[in-house]
Design a protein around this ligand. Structure first.
Ligand code: PDD
Length: 287
């Protein structure tokens, strides 16, 4: 069965799906994206993902390419056509195709909208949750507006590749003061010595992850204390637990960082509790 993509109003097999050679997403990374989890036939946290899409576009002075209702319809259709029950959809919106020029094209230039979807294997995620993952730390070398979810991800790709070559699954960005920022494609959390969850404040220095926001709802419901605060690499290495969050993985325990074992080297109970309660509390929209 061929995978089907939505491209500018048409549903096409991947082999036929394409954008213009002068698309500004391709030439300038002049576009934004969202990745959203699908679990047991439900789209998870759709409203928050659409809110963030709208914010990212507006920060780059682009309107929504169509109404939320129309976007939701297309997302559902792509998921249905790809028979996704567990997996994700990927949405990319760019400023459109125009003769190459750094300056924005005219407002009548149609924006590009691409939506793809794929199934994922829940057993791979389960295994990572059971064993935990390894991470490395890297200096943050990105621009100062990483709160906008742009498709300009080359530094993130370089960092993930560096992690892979070091036998790790994630690279954790560190600022010039030695404080933890976020992962190459995840937010980072610790459980401190008092059992409080701590994650960096979502200023312009990190992406305000949707999973991060919903996790705070989960912590509220479970009565787990949390705060948004800065913490150093040293504090992270001494934490009771470290975990990373993203729509594609929800909440992976990190058991070694730069070769140092975190706590007893096994996934902790707090992240497990959160993971178990997450889908109960997150918004679920039927496909
Ligand atoms: N990445 N920080 C960065 C840099 C990210 O790229 C992501 C998500 C997150 C977590 O955000 P959320 O909880 O909304 O998924 C934090 C997606 C999954 C990706 O690029 O594939």
């Amino acid at each position: 069965m061929p995978r089907i993509a939505y491209v500018n109003g048409r549903y096409l097999p991947h082999s036929e799906a394409a954008v213009h050679v002068e698309d500004r997403g391709f030439q300038f990374a002049d576009g934004v994206y969202e990745v959203c989890e699908v679990r047991h036939g439900f789209i998870v946290d759709l409203t928050r993902h659409l809110n963030r899409l709208e914010r990212s576009l507006s920060e780059l002075r682009m309107p929504m390419p169509m109404s939320r209702a129309a976007l939701t319809l297309v997302i559902r259709e792509v998921l249905r056509r790809n028979h996704v029950r567990n997996g994700l959809y990927y949405m990319q919106v760019t400023r459109g195709a125009a003769r190459r020029d750094h300056v924005f094209p005219g407002p009548d230039t149609p924006m590009t909208v691409v939506i793809t979807a794929k199934s994922t294997d829940p057993s791979i995620i389960a295994k990572k949750n059971e064993n935990g993952i390894s991470a490395i730390t890297v200096r943050d070398n990105r621009w100062d507006r990483v709160d906008i979810k742009t498709v300009g991800l080359l530094p993130n790709c370089m960092a993930r590749q560096q992690a892979k070559e070091a036998g790790a699954a994630e690279a954790i960005y560190v600022d010039d003061e030695g404080r933890v920022k976020e992962g190459a494609a995840t937010n980072v959390w610790i459980v401190d010595e008092f059992g409080t969850l701590v994650t960096r404040p979502a200023d312009h220095g990190i992406l305000r992850g949707i999973t991060r926001t919903t996790l705070m709802d989960v912590a509220d419901k479970l009565g787990i204390p949390y705060r948004e605060d800065y913490f150093t690499v040293d504090e992270m290495l001494k934490a009771r637990e470290v975990f990373i969050t993203a729509a594609t993985s929800i909440c992976f325990p990190v058991v070694t960082i730069d070769g140092t074992t975190i706590a007893n080297g096994h996934p902790g109970s707090v992240s497990q509790k959160i993971r178990e309660a997450f889908f109960e509390i997150a918004e679920k929209v039927t496909i």
